[in-house]
Structure formats: C-alpha cells, structure tokens
Write a protein that binds this ligand. Sequence first.
Ligand SMILES: [Zn+2]
Length: 452
Amino acid sequence: MSVNDYTTVHIGLDDVDTQFSGCTTHVTYRILKNILNKHSKVTPLDFPNLIRLNPTIPFKTRGNAALALRLKVPTELLDSLKKDVVNEVLKYVSTRVNEDLTSYGVDPGLAFVYGEVSEPLRKLYLKALTDYVHMDYLVNVINELNGRVETPLGLKRGLVGALAAVGAVNLPDCTYELIVYRHPSNYLKERCVDVESIKAMDEEFKHVTFLNYDYSKDKPLITPSGSNPVLLGIRGEDPKALLKAFKSLKICEEIEGWAVFKTNQGTNAHHVRRSLDDVRPYQTGCFEGVVLGRPSTLRGGDVMIKIVDGVSTLNAVAFKETGLNKVLQALMDGDRVEVCGGVKFWTGFGPVLHVDKVSVLDVVGVKYLNPKCPKCGHRMKSLGRGKGWRCPKCGFKASNLARDEIALERKVSLGVYVPVDRAVKHLIMPEVRYGRWRACLDLPMEVTEFIR
Ligand SMILES: [Zn+2]
C-alpha cells in the first residue's frame, strides 16, 4: 500500500435518536469531531450534510433528519475509523435509551459507501424526499451498489434515510445551519441565550439568515424546546456569515461545541411537480388544477378545497396555523391554482394534500346571472339550452336575451403564498428566501474551521 492510497468514504446516518429531534445531528457531530481529533490525515470533502426527508412518513423520527459525512481517508486507517464510528453510534443509542428508559423508535441506520455517489443513490434521495420507500426498493439500491456499501448495523428501516442522505449530492439549492450543542449537564435546565442578542443578530444578519425570531409571538425561532442536546440552530445562506452571527450571540451556559451543516432546509426540495392522476398517500409535490365548488371551512378554522384537472380531483387542506387557510377561503369555483405539500390519507376523504404553498395562477373575474325580465324585472328561468327564457312571475318569454355579466370583487390576488414563519417546517422555503436560490457553495474554506 502506497502512502498516497486514499479512499473516499460517505457515512450515512439516520434514526440515531429517540423521540428527540436533533440527536442524529449530535451523534454525527461527535463522530466527525472524534475523527478529526484522532486522524489528522482524514480530510472532510464537504460540510457534514443535514438532509431533511419526506415529512409525511408517519413512523419517521420527528424532524426527518438524515446525515451524511463525506471523507477522504487514508486506506490504511479505514478499518479503525469504521470501528470507531460503529462504536460511537452504539454508545449514543444506548445512553439515550437508558436515559429515557425506553427503546421507543430507535432503529438506527448506518451505511458506509465507497467512491463516487452513483445514480441509484441519487434516485433514492429523491424518492425518500418525495415518496414512500419500500424495503425491497432499498434492497435493490444496495444490490446495484455492487459491494461498494457496508451496513454494519444490518438492514433496518433507518437505512433508507442513511443511504438517501449519502445520495443527496449536487443539490440545486442549499442552505447551511450552525448547530450549537449543550453541555450534557445542562440538558434538563432552561436554555440560556440572551433574547435581546438574538434580536440584534437577526437585525444584523437577516439578509443572509432566516427564521431567527418570531416578532408576532415575540419568541426566538433559533432555540428548540424540550430536553435535547441542541441549544440553538442558526439557518442561513453562507457558512461564514453564520459563524459571525453565532459569535454575536450572548450565550450564558456551557456548551459542548458546534458545527456548520450543509442542508436542504428551506429549499422546497420536496416540491416535485405531479399530475392529479398521480396522487398517493405519503407523496409530496405540487399539483395544478381548477378549484371545484366552494372552499369548506373545517372545525378549528382549517380550510379545504377540491381541485380538478380533467377527470382527476384532489382535496387540499390548509391548516389555520399556516395562515394559508385564508388564501384557500378566498378562492372560488373556476380559479386556477397550484398547491404544494404532502399527501396524507384521511378517513372519509381519501388522499388529502396538506398545503405548505399556494400559487394563485388565475382568478375568475365575473359571474353570470340569468337576464332580468324586461316587463317586471324579475330574474328569468332558462327553458333549456338554446330555448330561451321565461319569467316565473309574469310569464313573459324571450329567446334573445343574454345573461348578465357581474364583475366580482375578489379578495385574493394572483401570486405565491407561503406559511407564516412560525409554521415553516424544515424543508419549506420561508418567505425571505424567495429570490435567494443558488447552488451550494463548493467548499468555500477549510471545513475544519466549522466544527469545534
Ligand atoms: Zn316578468
């Protein structure tokens, strides 16, 4: 073996947590930090990747986060590095399980992929992002990798996300998140981050970050709630700006460390175009059609519309907390829209799209009423298509009257509508990101500057 013998390794992880969101990023952080501390000759080829997958899949961990590390490793170190990774994952799962006295939901997926990320993996990412992945689909992908993959924890459900994260390369749009981890002794305490410094950070960095603070509820959006290892996460467009934003915060508790992740968050990556005859539960996507009938208001203020395209129809619901319910409520029969989101199965309804974006493409501007009777002014009745009109009050008949065209006062304008910031979940593009699309940076600096 020559001294220049290196191997490219992609490490995929998923479901290395219990009911907490964010823990898979935490174990990934620890793995990468340990590798960099121990092996100076291992080079990260990218930021750690934080990949959000299909949010409609019911048994996924909260947050649907899968992770990938991409490393250039001296081939002679490969075996010891793999052992370290497996041990770290097992140790992490067992401590979390013991703390919670439950093994609920833990089905960790771990994969090592060697060499280039091939087409079957890239397709798996798109499928895991927008659809349901059956285990036999996964087995086919593994077979197609032809021995370039190892799955040391076996064939588990979590392997779908682990391999999908590895397949998430060449993203058309991407963002970054700097995640700060709490010192374990603080997990059960209140988070200590100065709120005024969060507002000041938002003011200074709002052009390159997003979802820092909810001014309508006067609440930070960068700090999660509950007992988990994440102190805060700052999301944005540029890793260097995130670092500056982080340094401007006043943090008043001891931390374990932090890392910058490259992500598909806030990019609407799950919004693939689909036609209305291609709707199945657990799919995500965008559907175009014409509104059929009136919107109906459900209990609690959620609003449902039915759209139609040819013979296919789809029910789409906008929940009150997104604010999109008001947009759907203002729609009328005949309006043309594109609705995006994820499809779930509702008993009594069938597939229902949970809307996270609405584009109003065309609105009906007029309505037509039967003509008024020239004799008495009453609205006339049609005698059938092409057969003229008859007044129900005075009996007058006419064949040459046209219907009245009434201009409608519409409460909705053409345009794109997105959820209010506090209802923006991981993959959804928040309002401020519109116009910021761009391809991911190609390693703008030493990755090792972005983990401590
Ligand atoms: Zn009349």
